[in-house]
Design a protein around this ligand. Structure first.
Ligand code: ADP
Ligand code: MG
Length: 710
């Protein structure tokens, strides 16, 4: 069987130029323009839409402008009209059994005048437009009924994405259809063997791979189109899942960590005497999950998801105390200096007089101070080190790292995170990654399919729901008044401006203008205003932050540097300027900066009058809900996965057809089956899984960059 396959020269390996109708010059164009090198590439580049050739419209039924329709009608007369600017246009009067329509050409009038044949029947395809108040089509696709081949085959004609070069070399959709059609006609099932086990195909009622490829290009019905698309989507996701689940098993086999078997003095003392509040049930639940994981000698790889303000920091601290109880060091990495600093302060102050050494490290810790920290870390004197990506530098050496925690992990690159895991020679540290941006389940399945996930789905008690209000510029005076009254109650206020790198100068100017305007309404010395933005030196930023934290200043004007994790419970108003320029998850993060204390909090979304449709939807979503998971779902639908959370780098989301915002059912089915297969046959050794194993191997070679996600 195998020998047979090896001897069979697969038609799909044919270099593109050897296909009928292509040749060296066009072959080169395919390669250069579309990265299509072989027959296989050609067939696996799918159409992005179809022209419905299954039926003809009646002229009298033409309704809406913008519809793409197909007509079969006879040319009655043509008319060349001289335009004012010496350009002529051509109109052609056509008729079918139901009525008349006049089509129009603005270019090539003379040539068309010669080639169009009055009295002949044509198949016409195009988009209905209005011209001089009449429904017409400009520059429709035309074909004489007597010449028509494809058009009369009653199918959906595929339309492929193309480039200008392709078109000028005569490689338009029509040409491509012809090439693909003849290739498909010569294709046998041996050329395109099945890749899924028969029992999966049967169970899910999906079509064969051979049919899928035939139908994705030339479906003869909506049903065939749907079957083909579903089959391809399933496969796109299925192998990713197999691969993620396998790598999880592989990792459990390869990476061993120290089992934290004891819960000792550090944890117990803290839990019984230092804990500033009762933990929520959700916090207790996730600590239990983490504890169980860390008790094993397989490496923990866990994602902790919890909305902003759900109390992840205390969970992280309790887990670190378990590690210390077992004689290990811990590190906690945060994406910004402000956030790392804040973790450091909150953790040292929670610990109080407990005998735990906590150190801080970032790029701004230099000289002698740095040397001392590094040597104490190496000697095992430091128990917990908190810092920025400075922690992953080679000079940072641990005595015995047992637990590595990454906060807001999506802000780090894969390589950055991976180098943290390698800080131990023999045993790998247990890993906990945390995110405050809830991720829709479908996205989590894709990105974190190889991680275990814990979710804190409950906020600490006593929080009042943040009131979110959208206001236009005209309400500025009202806003200022409101700010005055809140400050009079002793509250503090954030005012946030967008900062986008491309327009950084302009944005900083906006922030500066906004600051100066606020100074007029909140003058010194009665009021004090902090300003923080990414261009400031860390030292100055800290100073400004500190003034806000200790309530010297009532207002903080900032860019999104305060987005992640900043915790000032007395701040109860978040004003967001130019709201339309922020993404949904960013807005949600920003809003999470307030509502941290007992006071009623407000989030005020300021916009100009002109807001795009999508911008309006984002704002409406913010006003409607405070639930991070709901917002993440909306974000995924609005933007697609590409933009979310630096996911571009992972290469895990390069799907041709699958849309993770919409194809939840297919994804669930694929994951479900993948889990069952991997549980049953982790190495895919059984004969019925031979196909899957081959596919996964191929994908592994193709996607070498499918690095570990965590
Ligand atoms: P996040 O999950 O966004 O990192 P934090 O850990 O910063 O949230 O916690 C937000 C605030 O809630 C902090 O002020 C923290 O002290 C407080 N907090 C955390 N857990 C509880 C709890 N169980 N009860 C009351 N307050 C809590
Ligand atoms: Mg946090």
């Amino acid at each position: 069987m195998k020998d047979n396959l090896a001897n069979h020269t697969n038609i799909l390996e044919t270099p593109i130029e050897y296909l009928k109708g292509i040749g060296p010059a066009r072959g080169e164009t395919f390669r250069k323009e579309l990265n299509i090198h072989t027959a296989f590439d050609l067939l696996f580049t799918f159409p992005f839409r179809y022209i419905d050739r299954t039926s003809f419209h009646h002229i009298k039924d033409i309704k809406a402008e913008g519809d793409n329709i197909q007509l079969k009608c006879t040319l009655v007369s043509i008319d060349k009209i001289k335009g004012k600017t010496n350009r002529s246009r051509l109109t052609g009067m056509f008729k079918d059994s139901s009525g008349f329509i006049e089509l129009v050409w603005f270019q090539g009038a003379s040539w068309l005048e010669k080639t169009l044949k009055v009295g002949e029947e044509y198949i016409i395809y195009g988009r209905v437009t209005l011209f001089s108040g009449k429904k017409t089509m400009a520059h429709p696709e035309m074909e004489l009924v007597s010449d028509a081949t494809i058009s009369l085959s009653k199918t959906f004609d595929p339309v492929y994405s193309s480039t200008e070069k392709m078109e000028t070399k005569g490689l338009d959709s029509k040409m491509r259809r012809k090439i693909i059609k003849s290739l498909l006609a010569s294709l046998t099932t041996a050329d395109l063997p099945e890749t899924l086990p028969a029992y999966v195909i049967e169970k899910l009622h999906i079509c064969s791979r051979y049919d899928a490829i035939q139908w994705i290009h030339f479906p003869q019905s909506d049903k065939e189109k749907e079957l083909a698309v579903n089959r391809i989507k399933f496969e796109e996701f299925f192998y990713v899942q197999i691969r993620l689940l396998q790598s999880k098993i592989y990792r459990q086999y390869k990476y061993k960590s120290a089992p934290f078997s004891t819960i000792g003095n550090h944890f117990n003392t803290f839990y019984n005497t230092k804990l500033p509040f009762e933990l929520t049930n959700a916090q207790k639940k996730v600590i239990k999950e983490i504890r169980t994981d860390m008790g094993k000698s397989t490496q923990m790889n866990r994602l902790l998801q919890g909305d902003v303000g759900s109390g992840k920091t205390i969970v992280a601290l309790l887990c670190m105390l378990i590690a210390i109880d077992n004689g290990f060091q811990c590190c906690m990495m945060a994406p910004t200096e402000i956030l790392a600093q804040q973790h450091y302060e909150s953790i040292t102050s929670s610990l109080g007089d407990m005998p735990v050494n906590v150190a801080f490290l970032s790029g701004s810790v230099k000289g002698k101070k740095r040397e001392v920290i590094l040597s104490e870390l190496k000697a095992g004197i430091v128990h917990i080190i908190i810092g920025t990506h400075a922690l992953i530098e080679n000079t940072v050496v641990f005595h015995h790292l047992g637990l590595a925690i990454v906060d807001e992990q999506h802000r780090f690159g894969v390589a950055q995170r991976a180098s943290l895991w390698k800080k131990n020679d023999e045993l790998a540290p247990h890993i906990l990654v945390m995110t405050a941006t809830p991720i829709p389940r479908t996205l989590a399945m894709t990105l974190y399919g190889d991680l275990d996930v814990s979710v804190i789905d409950e906020l600490p008690p006593g929080r009042k729901e943040i009131k979110t209000i959208h206001k236009y510029e005209s309400a500025r005076a009202q806003l200022i008044q409101f700010m005055h009254s809140e400050i009079a109650k002793g509250r503090q206020i954030y005012v946030v401006y967008p900062l986008i790198e491309e327009s950084e100068k302009l944005d900083l100017q906006n922030l500066q203008d906004g600051y100066e305007r606020l100074l007029q309404y909140f003058p010194l010395p009665d009021y004090q205003i902090s300003v923080v933005h990414g261009r400031m030196k860390a030292k100055d930023k800290d100073w400004e932050m500190q003034r806000f934290i200790n309530r010297t200043t009532q207002i903080m004007v900032a860019t999104t540097v305060i987005e992640v994790g900043v915790n000032v419970p007395n701040a109860s108003v978040m004003v967001i300027e130019n709201t339309e320029r922020f993404g949904l998850s960013q807005l949600h993060q920003l809003r999470g900066r307030v509502g941290r204390g007992a006071d009623q909090s407000y989030c005020i979304l300021m916009t100009d009058y002109k807001v795009s449709k999508e911008g309006k939807e984002r704002i409406a979503t913010m006003v409607r809900t405070n639930n991070g998971f709901e917002i993440a779902e909306a974000d995924l639908k609005l933007r697609g996965p590409g933009d979310i959370q630096g996911t571009q780098q992972s290469g895990l989301l390069d799907f041709k057809l699958l849309n993770i915002g919409q194809d939840k059912a297919i994804m669930d089915a694929a994951r479900h089956i993948a889990i069952r297969i991997i549980e049953d046959d982790p190495k895919l050794e059984r004969d019925i899984h031979e196909n899957i194993r081959q596919q996964v191997t191929k994908l592994r070679i193709k996607h070498k960059d499918w690095a570990r996600v965590s």
